[in-house]
Every structure is written in structure tokens, then in C-alpha cells.
Design a protein around this ligand. Structure first.
Ligand code: ADP
Ligand code: MG
Length: 227
């Protein structure tokens, strides 16, 4: 379970306070898939960073499985993030000097997970790239790199997946394939997912859709997304 209560976040630009999130509330049940729309600069990445504990709110609470991560030390928050959250980025963020397999080994080593070989082979099969384990990321297409990044987000079995514009750097067709893959693996593994996107092709997989505007979330009905 994931819950945000009265979360505020602002940045100072010189002397001017710029409010990004304003008394924001969110409740996500286990296994729910949330789609988050919002204009550029509306605070979507800030929100995901706060949920993952990369960033901290000015005040308010962020409860992950009942623990308010805003009360933890940075070290403790890092441990929660490593174990419970998998992150998928717009620009994939694979480590270029490591092979596919070595990229996937990192989250497993950081969380002290066993059966690394088995887990890597299994997740690579699930994303359809079982034969690319010893390839370097720059030898892969954008779509393939994002498949590996999805594998990396899932390999250590975190229960929350955060995806920040995962199709934003891909052509339309490849984007659809990535959405299809996320739909399949995230639902099969019963993960909770929050996906930030500008693509209306994702609404089929959403349990709930929110729009972030003026620092707050507003639920959007599926029917009205196309209005
Ligand atoms: P989005 O992902 O919706 O495009 P962001 O969360 O990246 O928006 O940014 C929201 C606002 O907060 C923007 O105006 C951005 O300039 C500002 N912002 C984000 N991070 C920082 C930071 N570390 N320092 C100052 N301002 C920031
Ligand atoms: Mg962003």
C-alpha cells in the first residue's frame, strides 16, 4: 500500500518560492495501476522522486506499507527504495560500460538477492531478450534498451514500479510494444505501478487516471481522456 498525505514541495528560485506540489493526497492499493498525466513542469517527476524517496517533501507523509519514509534517514530511505521500488526512465539509464546481464545483476547485488543467474534468465525471457545477456546497451535499439530497463526494474521483485515517461523517447510503434509489455508483466506479477506519460494509448491498462495540475491530483474518467 502506498499513501501520500498532505504533501507539499516547493523550490526556491532566488527569493521566489515556486510551489510544485500543494497539499497533495494519493492512495494506491496493492496491484493498482495508476496513470499520471500533466503538462511539462507540472511536477510529475518530482512526485515520483518523492514516492521513491530520492527526493523529500517539505512536509506531509509518504507511507509505503505503513512506514512513513519521510521520517527515515537518507540511508534507511535508500534501503526502502532498493527493496520496494523499481524505476523505469524515459532515457533508459542503463550503465553503458556494463553488459545487459551486469546491468541486471546490480539491483540483485544491492538487495542481496539469491539465485541471480536464474532470475536474470527468467526476466530476460519475459521481456523477449533472452539471447542478449552479454550485449552492451549501445548495441541495442531504443525499444530493446527499454525492455532491459523494464527487466532491471523488476528483476529483484520490488512491489512498486514507477515509470517516468517510459515511451517518451521511442517511436510510436515501439512505444505501443513497450506499453503492451508493461501491461503484460506488471499485471502478471501483480505489481503496483504509477506511470507518468503523455500517451493516451496507455489508458487501457489503467485502473485509475490522474491529472497533476497546480500541485494537486485530480482523477480523470477514462471516457473524458479523449475530450
Ligand atoms: P514534470 O516532470 O511534470 O515535467 P518536474 O517535476 O520535473 O515536472 O518539475 C516541476 C517543477 O519543479 C519545474 O518548474 C522544475 O523547474 C522545478 N524543479 C524540479 N526539480 C527542481 C530542483 N531540483 N530545483 C529547482 N527546481 C526544480
Ligand atoms: Mg518529468
Amino acid at each position: 500500500m502506498l499513501e501520500l498525505k498532505n504533501v507539499n514541495k516547493s523550490y526556491l528560485e532566488g527569493n521566489i518560492k515556486h510551489t510544485v506540489l500543494s497539499n497533495l493526497n494519493l492512495h494506491v492499493s496493492n496491484g493498482e495501476i495508476i496513470i499520471l498525466f500533466g503538462k511539462s513542469g507540472s511536477g510529475k517527476s518530482t512526485l515520483l522522486n518523492i514516492i521513491s524517496g530520492i527526493d523529500v517533501p517539505d512536509n506531509g507523509s509518504v507511507l509505503i506499507d505503513g512506514t512513513d519514509i519521510t521520517t527515515l534517514s537518507e540511508k534507511e530511505r535508500t534501503l526502502v527504495r532498493r527493496n520496494k521500488v523499481g524505476f523505469i526512465f524515459q532515457f533508459f539509464n542503463l550503465i553503458p560500460t556494463l553488459t545487459v546481464k551486469e546491468n541486471l545483476l546490480l539491483p540483485l547485488e544491492l538487495t542481496g538477492t539469491n539465485n541471480t543467474e536464474e532470475r536474470i534468465n527468467s526476466i530476460l525471457s519475459e521481456v523477449g531478450l533472452a539471447n542478449r545477456a552479454i550485449t552492451y546497451p549501445d548495441k541495442l535499439s531504443g525499444g530493446e534498451q527499454q525492455r532491459i530497463a523494464i527487466a532491471r526494474a523488476l528483476v529483484h521483485n520490488p512491489h512498486i514500479i514507477l515509470a517516468d515517461e517510459p515511451t517518451g523517447n521511442l517511436d510510436y510503434e515501439t512505444g505501443l510494444q513497450i506499453i503492451d509489455l508493461l501491461d503484460r508483466v506488471v499485471k502478471k506479477k501483480e505489481k503496483t505501478m504509477i506511470m507518468v506519460t503523455h500517451s493516451k494509448d496507455v489508458i487501457g491498462l489503467a485502473d485509475k487516471i490522474y491529472s497533476l495540475k497546480e500541485g494537486r491530483l485530480k482523477e480523470v474518467k477514462k471516457e473524458s481522456v479523449f475530450e
